[in-house]
Design a protein around this ligand. Structure first.
Ligand code: ADQ
Length: 730
């Protein structure tokens, strides 16, 4: 079994020091508790910070901590007080946290924070490299470690690296504000699988990689160098059985009795969160205040229990929030309370599981109204404890959990009126309806638990790795390359079928800018001058451009994917008569789309029309190509016309034209004893398909292909061609 390393900023055990004594306690939070059962069944090690800075402990204590945690399979990464200040409170919690939660005004951009972030990610990398085996499985968690996948990839190129983001990935409009956006994206792309809670976050991430790095995806898969990287949604679940079975615990039942005695028969609303401005606690309290003002009949009939867990207590924004919250609780209690009734019971502390479960269980309503939340486990935990089916969840649309818990009463957390209405609806909801809604949600939560989530993630990671391995089997490795060169040397009737764009030259932002450079022309010239070689450049380009660029070579040219042929020393010939009267109907449509899509342009060839959108906004272009395809297909249903999507182009052409068709003519010309064909896109697949088994067919780039081999890049293909002509004088 491949060894699993789990990496997160905090270890599942936190160390504190009181009166010279080290104390070891379980860390708060869903990840640590959620993965505990999973860890027991897997051979795994956890790498992270034990929560105490090195300035507070001696070298001896540091060693003591390491030793004690190693026994629990936890490997410590130590941070200094300065690291905690600049990395954790700084870049993590003053830059990434607010920006990723759509609070750009709270976001601080400081170079010293960024430097600390890089340095701590590097320190994590060093610790991992010390204990990891080259092919082990490394699962990295959350926004504190977004550079780590790339750092590890450089050190351990064969490792299986997964990354999961627990907070939202913001829309491109927010993410682009980050001065270090490129580094963060490249950091993440060091992983093989990048997981998010919801598909919306996946979309945002893919949109940012496309717009910032120009890396296009296909169904969530991106090609990064010679690796396929996948981005997908894995909604994190909870340890369902633990919450569902909570009532069996006598401590939980005792706690419920105590609370019931104190609250009497009043309805109970709970509000439980880490004290964080993203959780919408102030807005929620203001809504409760409004509810009491607008519904005097509920005075003395309802109690809001507000439990806030201390969080990031050293950060000013959090201290300010606490002050504001406590002021507001005081005002509401002062204004609405009576001698025997305190409307809001406020607790600022961490509570153990039994108390938390008792609160979930006794509550009539849970108000979970974050302004933004990656997932929100409180909502799920509340529903899971409702064994009798009673209780209503009011849930913000802005929590990732909303995409799974559609039966909750969902609200816009900024709309106080809507929260007021929802509280009333929840308090008055018939029991049958409550039960019905909860049963559906419980079914879902019981199936997709945290253990299933972890398995699902790790299984997908291993599948991505398998796909990578399948593709890398086809990589033109040194032995095959040597065999190819030796067969070339021995043969005398050699055929080269070479695509142009994306194969011999890289893509340019404008099609006309991809002219052959000063390295390519001599290379092709040397190849074509050898009398044993027959070189055919087979392209989708129009014949005028091809002729202008490559017409002087001792080579044959094929233009428009096989519509036109110019044999060595001959003239252009049409392969077969083709219609092009359809262009008059299609051209005005393309013109309309070009006007509506800034950056796009039309290229007209004799037998095809091409709509280019490499310089357009990728999301807009995506929508437009789908519309355009539908429109054209409707118009040309009875004609012999096809619509094809290529690399940032949409091409409308006669169906009779195909690279495969024209290559067949060449294959019949004579008995070739060496064939090398190279291409990069879907039109070249038609070519690869008709080649004899022993031909060297090479795809530039990595994706599933009919070609026998892959090379990484245009540069690698050119190197191979150079090797063939090296040391040979013509
Ligand atoms: P958090 O922002 O911490 O997590 P959340 O998902 O609500 O938010 O998890 C909080 C966890 O802490 C829950 O498991 C809960 O039981 C526990 N907890 C809350 N209040 C407590 C209290 N007073 N005493 C004891 N325990 C308490 C981040 C993201 C979330 C995402 C999680 C998991 O911000 O959006 O859901 O990670 O991916």
């Amino acid at each position: 079994m491949v060894r699993l390393l789990i990496v997160s900023n905090r270890l599942p055990v936190s160390v504190t020091k009181r009166a010279n004594d080290l104390r070891f306690q379980p860390s708060v939070g869903g990840l640590a508790t959620g993965l505990s059962s999973f860890r027991e069944s897997h051979q795994s090690q956890w790498i992270g910070w034990p929560g105490i800075s090195t300035d507070k402990i001696s070298e001896k204590e540091k060693q003591q901590i390491s030793n004690k945690l190693e026994v629990q399979n936890c490997h410590s990464v130590f941070l200094s007080a300065k690291d905690v200040r600049n990395f954790y409170h700084g870049f993590c919690n003053k830059t990434l946290w607010p920006l990723f939660h759509y609070f750009p005004l709270y976001t601080v951009y400081e170079d010293k924070y960024w430097q600390a972030y890089k340095q701590v990610n590097k320190a994590f990398c060093n610790s991992i490299v010390e204990i990891a085996e080259p092919d082990c499985c490394i699962w990295i968690h959350d926004y504190q470690l977004m550079l780590l996948p790339e750092f590890i990839r450089r050190e351990l190129p064969d490792a299986q690296i997964g990354f999961f983001l627990h907070i939202p990935f913001p829309s491109f409009e927010l993410f682009r504000l980050l001065p270090w956006r490129t580094e963060i994206l490249n950091g993440l792309l060091g992983a093989d699988l990048i997981g998010f809670h919801t598909y919306d976050y996946v979309r945002h991430f893919l949109s940012s990689t496309a717009r910032i790095l120009g890396a296009e995806h296909s169904m969530g898969s991106l090609t990064v160098g010679n690796r396929i990287v996948r981005a997908d949604a894995f909604p994190m679940g909870i340890d369902y059985e633990r919450y569902w079975g909570a009532l069996e615990n006598p401590k939980v039942r005792k706690r419920i009795t105590t609370i019931r005695k104190k609250v009497g028969n009043r309805k109970i609303i709970i509000s439980i969160d880490r004290l964080d401005y993203t959780k919408g606690i102030i807005e929620r309290l203001e809504a409760f205040d409004l509810f009491l003002s607008q519904n005097p009949q509920y005075k003395e009939k309802v109690t809001l229990i507000l439990l806030a867990v201390p969080s990031r207590t050293g950060v000013e924004d959090y201290m300010e929030l606490r002050k504001q919250l406590e002021g507001l609780v005081g005002r509401i209690n002062g204004e609405h309370g009576t001698i025997g009734w305190v409307p809001v019971w406020y607790l600022y502390r961490f509570v153990p599981f039994e108390r938390l479960a008792a609160l979930y269980n006794i509550a009539d309503v849970a108000l979970v109204t974050p302004l933004r939340d990656g997932m929100n486990l409180i909502a799920k935990e509340f529903v899971a404890t409702k064994t009798d089916g009673r209780g209503v969840l009011i849930l913000s649309e802005m929590a990732g959990a909303a995409s799974e818990l559609g039966e909750a009463v969902t609200i816009n957390a900024q709309n106080k009126g809507a929260i007021v209405e929802a509280i009333k609806e929840a308090l008055e909801m018939p029991v049958e309806e409550q039960t019905e809604r909860n049963r559906i949600m419980q079914g879902r939560l019981s199936r997709y638990t945290v253990t299933r989530w972890a398995h699902d993630f790790l299984e997908t990671l291993s599948n991505v790795k398998k796909t990578q391995q399948e593709l890398s089997v086809h990589k033109l490795a040194i032995p095959t390359r040597e065999r190819l060169i030796s067969e070339y040397d021995k043969s005398s009737k050699r055929l080269f079928l070479l695509d142009y764009d994306g194969t011999l030259v890289g893509f340019a932002s404008r099609p006309e800018s991809a002219a052959p450079d000063q390295e390519l022309l001599p290379l092709l010239k040397a190849l074509a001058t050898d009398s044993k070689n027959d070189v055919v450049i087979i392209s989708g380009r129009d014949k005028t451009t091809l002729n202008y660029w490559l017409g002087n070579l001792n080579a044959s040219l094929i233009a428009e994917h096989g519509a036109w042929i110019k044999e060595k020393g001959g003239n252009w010939q049409l392969i077969e008569p083709l219609r092009n009267d359809w262009k008059d109907t299609i051209r005005p449509i393309l013109e309309l789309y070009t006007d509506r899509t800034p950056g796009s342009s039309i290229e007209e060839k004799d037998f095809s029309l091409v709509w280019h959108f490499r310089r357009s906004d990728s999301d807009l272009a995506y929508v437009r190509t789908q519309e355009l395809k539908d429109t054209i297909l409707n118009l040309t249903a009875n004609l012999d016309i096809g619509v094809f999507e290529g690399s940032k182009i949409l091409e409308v052409k006669n169906l009779g034209i195909s690279k495969g068709h024209v290559v067949e003519l060449w294959l019949k010309k004579q008995k070739w004893d060496f064939i090398l064909a190279a291409g990069d896109d879907y039109t070249d697949e038609e070519l690869f398909a008709v080649l004899p088994q022993n031909a060297y067919s090479i795809k530039v780039g990595y994706s599933i292909s009919k070609a026998r081999f892959n090379v990484d890049s245009v540069g690698e293909l050119r190197l191979l061609l150079e090797e063939l002509i090296k040391n040979k004088s013509y």
